[in-house]
Design a protein around this ligand. Structure first.
Ligand code: MOS
Length: 734
């Protein structure tokens, strides 16, 4: 049995082994080690596995928003060329489990349909095209029942979600009294629409069973450890009987945190026909039947003294989800700790609706919430006649104002200053609507960025082979984020090997369970598990040499102690350890977050309202940066997401049945290259001793947080028009 060495993060780790930097790979802007495989088509994504005797599935979705399926007639479909069968085992089809891998739901039948497009059956055939044709030929009869499709008219039906990992309510003091006392106030409502993660790779599964009843699913998932449990629960199997393989994932952004219906349907169909079944969701099905970010209605109340000291902060969010679902869009999360102010009221409620399940999408909470908060801050700064940067600095808290506990690390003010200087904020347009270049109105805007940081339990095995090669194994995923590369950098740095001598194996339940990719915790959590394993290996090697652990240097494949130099493989070949990290007191006793500041210039056409983001500067402080290039790409990707949230992204629901009507990338608009200017990203040096032994914080969801608000503040600065209804499409400016 390989020994497991565990660290619970109860204490700060003041000295990080990564600071030794003997190998010189940690933090460097190195190319992804999986990059060549990807561009050569050799990185195998879920749908690309070639299994013998493979059959193809195609999901059939309900064409009504709420009601009961009364009859499915597949007689004609079954006679079509290549069709193997059509299945609608109501006892086993499931809705998506709760997002985030926190818990899985019991099996539910979908004879009772809760949202338009909900999968109710699967057609299986020899080819994809034959399965799709059969799916369209299946006749479904149903009885429609009255559904909950109206949001704005049913706000008073909003219910408070139960307390869970995130508390729906956080209140302090008397906000009404504080607002009444305040010299200057903002009290307004912002709305954000439903959104879809719209990852490049569609959800896909290939399910195959062996003779002993073990199920393997090659799937496109972010969290194989919890996805395995969810799939096992859905199929009433013990988790040991299920293996999920997600070695390469073409983006997830939250939509692949939990299992999606195609995995269960494929597994059931494969079992029934005794052949592997591959089901790739069509793009429209991804919009219909995976998960959405909830639409929100956010009331922000800010009250300040005449000098600009905040007295009151209110952020009351109403979102929506299916009846009985607990998940809520925690839009007020960053509002809890971003600014000082004694009276605080942060609430979240949900209107039950027969719309697709809502769940986590990149920066659940901050992404939608800071679209409102950071525009409200801009409005209040203007009312106070203060520079929005100066106003924010005036309200920079010493400690977490809600929980009254220290920040682990926070260089937000330095982020403002650094980005403002690089942007040239001093030369900004100071008169809304007052700067024009030809037919273009020019505006400048800024916003803060903040995203909570935390650890999740994670394990990794690190083994040294006889030739000194290092192998890292964990079921953590790389969803395009750079996990393969940073885990290799951590192991290479700590064991003194170049990256060519480190092999990282990810995304397979055969490896120790990792944190998975979510919540900006993936790198910190899985990276720490590798760190802990390598630290233990270093100690073993030192003990074998009879020297103190801090007396050994690991460099260039060699172990150097006192005057002796030994190849790593010679002394450590055959050694292996499983490293484990558990979140501890540091996650509770100090408030951890990554921070940043966005500045941008937007041009608005004075005649047509067309908006063009022209210039972008952001500075971030997120603890140690593990790889400058992959980190930068994460931040740029997040900012592009924020530009989309500000200007174009909106899943439009049909008011009659909840159906998402713009369910493809031709009609659901995300920014294309021409919509995005050069984005300048700077990381300020920082170490966070409370976060983990690497002293690194999360960045995956930092870039998006606040980015859209900077765009909208710049649009106001250009035009003098405040739009509080996202996305800010040009019709709203005319
Ligand atoms: Mo993230 S929304 O936890 O993938």
């Amino acid at each position: 049995m390989t020994e497991t060495v565990s660290l619970t993060m109860d204490e700060p780790v003041a000295h990080s082994l990564l600071d030794e930097d003997a190998q010189g790979v940690i933090g460097r802007p190195l190319n992804r080690i999986d990059g060549p495989l990807k561009v050569a088509g050799k990185a195998t994504y879920a749908a690309e596995y070639q299994l013998d005797n493979l059959a193809h599935g195609f999901l059939i979705g309900a064409k009504f928003g709420r009601g009961r399926v009364t009859r499915i007639d597949a007689e004609q479909a079954r006679t079509m060329p290549g069709v193997i069968d059509v299945f609608w085992d109501f006892d086993h089809f499931i809705r998506n489990p709760q997002q985030g891998g926190q818990k899985s739901k019991p099996v539910q039948g979908v004879r009772d349909v809760q949202y338009f497009g909900e999968p109710i059956a699967i057609a299986v055939a020899e080819t994809f095209e034959q399965a799709r044709a059969a799916a369209h030929a299946v006749k479904v009869e149903w009885i429609e029942e009255p559904g909950l499709f109206d949001f704005d008219g049913r706000l008073d039906e909003a219910v408070t979600p139960p307390e869970g990992a995130t508390e729906p309510y956080a209140c302090k003091g008397d906000i009404d009294a504080a607002m009444a006392q305040a010299a200057v106030t903002v009290d307004a409502v912002w709305t954000t629409p439903s959104q879809n993660s719209a990852a490049m790779e569609m959800h896909a599964s290939i399910a195959s069973w062996d003779d002993e009843g073990n199920l393997t699913v090659h799937g496109s998932y972010q969290m194989p450890a919890s996805d395995r449990q969810q799939l096992a629960d859905a199929l009433s199997l013990p988790p040991e009987k299920v293996r999920i393989v997600s070695r390469y994932v073409g983006g997830g952004f939250g939509s692949k945190l939990g299992i999606a219906p195609e995995s269960v349907a494929s597994a059931l169909a494969a079992k029934a026909i005794g052949r592997p079944v591959k089901t790739v969701m069509a793009r429209q099905q991804v919009f219909d039947a995976t998960v959405r970010r909830s639409n929100t209605r956010q009331r922000i109340r800010l009250g300040a003294t005449a000098q600009g000291k905040l007295l009151a902060i209110g952020h009351e969010t109403i979102g929506s989800n299916l009846p009985e679902e607990d998940f809520f869009e925690p839009a007020g999360i960053a509002t809890q700790f971003l600014y000082a102010g004694d009276a605080r009221r942060i609430t979240h409620d949900n209107v039950p609706m027969n719309r697709l399940l809502s769940g986590s999408m990149r920066a659940p909470g901050e992404a939608a919430g800071m679209l409102a908060l950071e525009c409200a801050m801009d409005e209040l700064a203007e009312a106070l006649k203060l520079d929005p940067v100066a106003f924010r600095k005036l309200n920079e808290p010493e400690a977490d104002p809600q929980k009254e506990q220290p920040f682990s690390s926070r260089r937000l003010v330095e982020c403002y200053d650094d980005a403002a200087a690089k942007f040239g904020w001093e030369q900004r347009n100071r008169t809304p609507g007052g700067l024009r270049q030809g037919e273009w109105l020019v505006g400048h805007g800024m916003a803060a960025s903040a995203r909570s940081n935390k650890l999740q339990p994670s394990k990794a095995r690190v083994a040294v082979e006889a030739d000194g090669r290092v192998v890292v194994e964990t079921d953590m995923t790389d969803i395009g984020t750079g996990t393969y590369t940073i885990l290799a950098q951590i192991a290479g740095e700590l064991l003194g090997q170049p990256l060519t001598h480190v092999e990282v194996r990810l995304g397979d339940n055969r490896y120790p369970p990792g944190a998975g990719s979510g919540g900006s915790f993936g790198a910190g959590s899985s990276g720490t598990s590798v760190y802990v394993a390598c630290q233990s290996l270093r100690e073993r090697i030192a003990a074998k040499l009879g020297v103190a652990a801090d007396g050994v240097t690991f460099k260039d494949g060699l172990v150097i102690a006192e005057n002796r130099t030994t190849p790593l493989g010679e002394i450590a070949g055959g050694m292996e350890v499983i490293g484990e990290i558990e979140p501890g007191k540091m996650d509770e006793d100090v408030t951890q977050a990554s921070y940043g500041a966005h500045f941008c210039e937007v041009h608005v056409n004075a005649h047509t309202g067309e908006m063009r983001v022209k210039r972008w500067v952001s500075s971030f402080a997120a603890g140690r940066i593990l790889n400058e290039k992959t980190a930068r790409s994460q931040c740029i990707g997040g900012i592009v997401f924020g530009i989309g949230a500000a200007l174009t992204e909106e899943a439009v629901h049909d008011w009659r049945n909840g159906k998402i009507v713009n369910r493809d990338l031709a009609e659901y608009h995300v920014p294309a290259h021409a919509d995005v200017p050069h984005i300048e990203v700077t990381f300020l040096p920082e170490r966070d001793v409370h976060a983990n032994p690497m002293q690194a914080k999360g960045i995956g969801e930092l870039g998006i947080s606040g980015a859209g608000a900077a765009v909208v503040n710049a649009i106001y600065n250009a035009t003098g028009i405040r739009v509080r209804d996202y996305p800010v499409t040009l019709d709203k400016l005319l």
